[in-house]
Design a protein around this ligand. Structure first.
Ligand code: FPP
Length: 250
């Protein structure tokens, strides 16, 4: 597989534009430790996302995929699910203008058919309004399961009558159409909150992702923390199953 970073020239120096995925974990614990309801942690998580989005282009991120609501999160208490759906709707409604001004494109991945109608409609409007953004592609995973996404892409491809590897990949990564092919794959996966697992997030796209785990709870994750994670990524040697430059040159 090709190297999954692309160099662009910005401010006269080469910058790696990479695809970073984030599992934004720890909102509930952040709130509980402060004697607040879990929903307050999710609201603080939205604030943290705002800081991360602002910083992302400056640390060389071209695509940012964040896990906002997994298919398994439907199992949470109704009040928490409703709070998350409300936050999501308000987020896309409120942030659309800022995303357009900042040159960002928003797409939502995951199932749409089980979302409240007002949330699905708000997502559609925000996607259309931001479609021309090229500075950053923000992908928000909602009602998302990587295993379901892979199976759904296989089923759609089979039904199309053209079951080729290319057609399958095109379907699985359809929201990345028109972007550099390398952005279909994740370069760096960050998980906050101390757990060390993938939780059914981007299993295909993370095949060669570098993994970065931090104990920091998501609402406390700052632009500096993001820069530290990206710096750790650049310090790694990616071999994609080969030997890598240090051994090949020996
Ligand atoms: C995991 O923390 C986080 C979630 C299930 C939701 C993440 C959502 C946000 C950051 C806000 C909504 C996002 C948008 C784009 C509007 P947890 O609740 O599992 O925390 P815990 O492990 O401490 O219980």
């Amino acid at each position: 597989m090709q190297s999954v970073v692309s160099s662009v020239l910005r401010e006269g120096r080469a910058v790696q534009r990479i695809h970073v995925a984030i599992i934004m974990d720890g909102n509930g614990r952040w709130a509980t430790r402060r004697g607040m309801p879990r929903q307050a942690g999710h609201a603080a998580g939205v604030e943290a996302l705002g800081h991360i989005l602002e910083a992302a282009p400056d640390v060389g991120i071209g695509t940012l995929t964040v896990y906002a609501f997994s298919t398994d999160n439907w199992q949470r208490p109704t009040a928490e699910v409703n709070a998350l759906m409300g936050l999501l709707r308000r987020y896309v409604e409120k942030e659309t203008r800022r995303l357009v001004e900042g040159g960002a494109r928003l797409t939502v991945i995951g199932r749409r058919d089980r979302l409240p109608a007002d949330v699905a409609a708000a997502i559609g409007r925000a996607e259309r309004a931001t479609a021309r953004g090229t500075k950053l592609h923000l992908r928000v995973a909602v009602d998302y399961s990587a295993r379901d996404a892979i199976l759904a892409a296989a089923e759609t491809t089979a039904r199309s009558g053209e079951f080729t590897r290319e057609a399958f990949l095109r379907t699985l990564t359809s929201d990345a159409a028109g972007e550099p092919a390398n952005h279909r794959y994740v370069d760096l996966l960050v998980r906050t909150g101390g757990e060390k697992r993938l939780s059914d997030f981007l299993l295909w796209e993370c095949a060669y992702a570098e993994l970065y785990f931090t104990d920091r709870l998501w609402p406390d994750f700052s632009a500096e923390d993001l820069a530290t994670a990206v710096a750790a990524f650049h310090a790694r040697e990616r071999r994609f199953g080969g030997l890598g430059p240090s051994v090949s040159a020996a």
